[in-house]
Design a protein. Sequence first.
Length: 471
Amino acid sequence: MSEKKRKRTSFPDGRPKKRQQTSNPVSVEHIPSPDVLKPIIANTPGATFPRDVKFQTFSKKTSQDMTNLLIHTSDHPTIDYTAVEGTDSTENYLKHYIAVFDPATDRLQLTEAKALTVRSTIRQRPQLDDSDTDQNASNIPTSQGTRAALTEAFGSKKSKKAVQSMAENRQLGQGGEGATIAEAMIANMSDEEEDTSTAAAAMRTNKPLPQPNLGTDDIEEVYSLNRLIFPSPSSNILKLMPIGLWTGRLRANKEIQNLRSRFVANRISYLGKHAISESDPAGTYNQQIQILRYVELLVEIAQFCSKIGHRKQLPFVDKWPEGTITGSTNIPSSVIKSVVNHFFPNNVASQHSMTLLRTTILALTLHVHPPSGTAGANRLVTEPTDIQLDLALEVSEVRKLYHELGCKIIAAVDRDLTVWGYTKILEKKKKRKDEDGNALSPPKPMFAVLRFPLDFPKASGGRRGGQGGRR
């Protein structure tokens, strides 16, 4: 059979011309480098590490006159990263290079590199001797902290939220010197009486209350001003309270208007008379007016934040409506921001934060003198009706909060009313008449009194079981 051959392609212009090279030739240059000072190519199979960590380099000579590299870092709080050269014998015959091309000079530079594999390991907590436990306990990360750091780095949103909730609960349960409630209770289980007091103290530390100083003999130092006025020291903050307008109107025998706090309005008159008189060389009553101005600031913050809602974010202080805080132009904005950040660290008006703010206000009212100027020896006293109306709380709730602070709610006898200066106030109320012209007899007011021994709520021992109870 005859086979047909493919005819040769004919070109009209003859043979095709070769393509001419349009780019410049590239010159390749090899740059030798010492065995140690070579670039590193780090491979991270199955793991990632932050780019801002700094590695430490280590080298070791082998028997074959070669150098093995090792890099390590402990910058991460819980994870160690280590990179070593491959241990497989086949990799000894495999070389890696790094090339850098410069288009301006058409030069390609090559240099040999070392290939390392990065591995990550969780840092183990070191074992300590008994003698070193107390000294280094504060410097060693606990298992909870390690777990929390790992969750923050690799966990899901749900796990991160759970860790944050546990951290908040653990922070609320911190005792006076950093010990948890359980540790404080176990450390003081010597007898039944001491056990009961420890449980009560643990219960108080877990509540949103200003913490009392139970080791003092001065009743005014149980809740000192430095524990109630923020940021400390209290003397510097009180000096920043604008009271010039108040004292100026008092010297001119004029009433102070536009006060949003009944507590402040009903006390500024008699305290101001003592402050502007010459009988106050030590500045005691001048400090009383400054405390009233700080109380008004906290009351206005509480009134605004209570309208936001427990689950909503508070606006920044600069974005608060104008007139929310009276005299805000005269109060340094840094002071207002520090106060808000202290009570609302998460910028949320939660129930816990609002209760802490209210109990701090109630504790400050104990430092404001009654109309007589003194409450007697070793006692602080206040009439809670005005502050209850300022904070829009029920009578029972305010009395409960004062009881949490260690106060007794009592109906004062005539002798106490005379000492505290409330007799004249009650006599004025007795002159009031109803619509029929009959004289009104107002009930005797109840007072919150802070005195030794402090009267805290007793710790509950749980539900008592009986014959009729469930088993």
